[in-house]
Design a protein around this ligand. Structure first.
Ligand SMILES: NC(=O)C1=CN([C@@H]2O[C@H](COP(=O)(O)OP(=O)(O)OC[C@H]3O[C@@H](n4cnc5c(N)ncnc54)[C@H](OP(=O)(O)O)[C@@H]3O)[C@@H](O)[C@H]2O)[C@@H](O)CC1
Ligand SMILES: [K+]
Length: 506
């Protein structure tokens, strides 16, 4: 599991560790780790020109010391020549010891006035680099870049490999403010532990590959963000024992599909079966039932006892609009909401839950809501004063997911490029999963995710684990279904068994 700690907690532990070490030792460790990553990437990419950008604080200090080490220890000698390495400092003054060390090692340091326009010659130097080290701002940075900092970043060539020091400069270290002008890194080398900026949706896209360098920090506080990794699957996935039978493994109810959207019933039920449900009971209109049974003969039609249920995929919360309609899915969802059974509440059921809660009801059992941004906006509009739009949710996903979790007392899984899983207790770390290829943005993918999560709830996982594990496996199954190419939701469902097997058997 990757854990992201709040910046004040990181600073506190850094201060403590630094006090017990020699002067500058912690920065030396950071710089050494950074220099080795840079040397490795420069070698692999046959970089000829490496430009190190340094800002006014200790982030610049790390970058300057790394430049000194690269030059002094000849780490770039089988790649770019020593004179292919250069520092551009954007500040009124740089980290003194770092600048001194870089210059003593023979590295040229160009100092740029942060408030003046960037000289054309400096812009040319920066744009000639095929590897750029971004040490402008770290955890002391305020979001956004202005003046010469913005200009120097704009001068970086599109094809250059950008290694950010600690975090991409200009990104909010807390990972909450939307990205404005900021570095978009190919790789970020951070020190000791990850921070929220690396994991949360507002900023994670600017981070690229994340490399954590050990500098001897041990944090004994709770992280604020967590990300499950593939090797967590073996710990969390419910693996049956020899004494297990279909009921002990967990029966999943599926209330999904309608006369209008029968396919959702097939996708959700298929995903539940492929994820290893002990049994799937499907409840829905006749046509959808026929399709489900044709695709999945293992499914048992009709109501019955279940350990968890998925409600909502393919169900219109307004119900059916023709008179002799036999589609009673909306009533079935409402019934399920009142039962003491763990639920995945997806798609149309999110809106139904909002009105049901608003009329004074409370869910007695664990509940995982799985909205996309538009559905979350609908839920908040129904439960708060004033309209909330999809755009507002997309601009501040964590804030809105937190609000929804607090209002509903349910766990909220907000789907997106980075999927968030937020517990109603604000002290519980948020899970942030970014495992899915963009190809997974396709109709029916949500129905598959809901089926997968339902199986995990039925096996007894708590809602936050079920949601984040489902998001992880869903993303990995998508990669496996067709690496690097188009996907359909059913193919993702069918690749769940081999994905899980590969993760469980290493
Ligand atoms: N702590 C440790 O033990 C270790 C820390 N380490 C390293 O230190 C880094 C943190 O260093 P840091 O605290 O000096 O902050 P950093 O981000 O370099 O810059 C602050 C300066 O930038 C300025 N400034 C801010 N925003 C701005 C903006 N938008 N545009 C322009 N300027 C802006 C700000 O100005 P001010 O706020 O004073 O006006 C101030 O002058 C950390 O990320 C890691 O890399 C490692 O060595 C491991 C050990
Ligand atoms: K940086």
């Amino acid at each position: 599991m990757l854990r992201g700690y709040a910046v004040p907690d990181v600073r506190a532990v850094e201060d403590r560790v630094r006090a017990g070490l020699g002067d500058g030792e912690l920065m030396q460790r950071a710089a050494r780790g950074l220099a080795h990553v840079v040397a490795e990437r420069a070698r692999a990419r046959r970089a000829r020109h490496v430009v190190v950008l340094a800002g006014p604080g200790d982030n610049g200090g790390d970058a300057l010391w790394a430049a000194a080490l690269l030059a002094r220890e000849g780490l770039l000698d089988d790649g770019p020549a020593r004179d292919g390495l250069m520092v551009v400092g954007v500040a009124h003054g740089l980290h003194e010891a770092g600048q001194d060390a870089a210059e003593r090692a023979g590295v040229q340091v160009h100092l740029v006035d942060p408030d003046a326009d960037l000289a054309a010659e400096v812009a040319r130097t920066v744009s000639s680099a095929d590897l750029v080290v971004d040490g402008l701002l770290g955890i002391g940075g305020r979001p956004g870049l202005r003046g010469a900092m913005a200009q120097v970043v704009a001068a970086v060539r599109e094809t250059a490999y950008v290694v950010a020091v600690d975090l991409p400069s200009g990104a909010d270290p807390a990972g909450e403010a939307q990205l404005g002008t900021a570095v978009h890194a190919d790789e970020t080398v951070t020190f000791g532990v990850a921070k929220p900026v690396h994991l949360l949706p507002a900023t994670a896209d600017a981070v690229g590959r994340l490399t954590v360098v050990d500098i001897g920090l041990a944090l004994h506080v709770s992280p604020v963000v967590e990300r499950l990794q593939p090797d967590d699957v073996a710990t969390l996935w419910p693996v049956p024992g020899r004494q297990d039978h279909k009921y002990s493994r967990g029966v999943v109810g599926v209330v999904a599909g309608s006369d209008r959207y029968p396919g959702a019933a097939v996708l959700c039920s298929t995903a539940a079966l492929e994820s290893g449900a002990g049994m799937v009971r499907y409840v829905g209109p006749q046509h959808a039932t026929d399709l489900v049974l044709a695709a999945c003969p293992e499914v048992v039609p009709g109501p019955g006892r279940v350990q968890a249920a998925v409600v909502g995929p393919g169900i219109d919360p307004q119900g059916c609009d023709h008179e002799d309609c036999e589609d009673h899915q909306v009533e079935r969802v409402r019934e399920a909401l009142g039962e003491d059974v763990p639920l995945v509440v997806d798609a149309g059921a999110v809106q139904l839950l909002a009105t049901w809660l608003d009329s004074g009801h409370r869910r007695p059992a664990p509940t995982l809501l799985t909205p996309h941004a538009g559905e979350l906006a609908g839920l908040l509009t129904a439960m708060e004063d004033g309209e909330v739009t999809r755009e507002q949710v997309e601009a501040a996903p964590l804030e809105h997911a937190r609000r929804a979790a607090a209002l509903t007392s349910c766990t909220v899984l907000l789907k997106g490029a980075t999927t968030l899983v937020v517990d109603p207790d604000p002290e519980v770390p948020v899970r942030a999963q970014a495992d899915a290829p963009p190809w997974l943005a396709t109709a029916g993918a949500g129905d598959v995710l809901a089926g997968l999560a339902g199986v995990l709830l039925a096996a007894g996982l708590e809602a936050r684990d079920a949601g984040s594990l489902a998001a992880l496996v869903h993303g990995l199954a998508a990669h496996r279904a067709n690496p690097g190419g188009p996907l359909r939701a059913l193919a993702v469902a069918h690749s769940i068994p081999s994905t899980v097997a590969a993760l469980l058997t290493g």
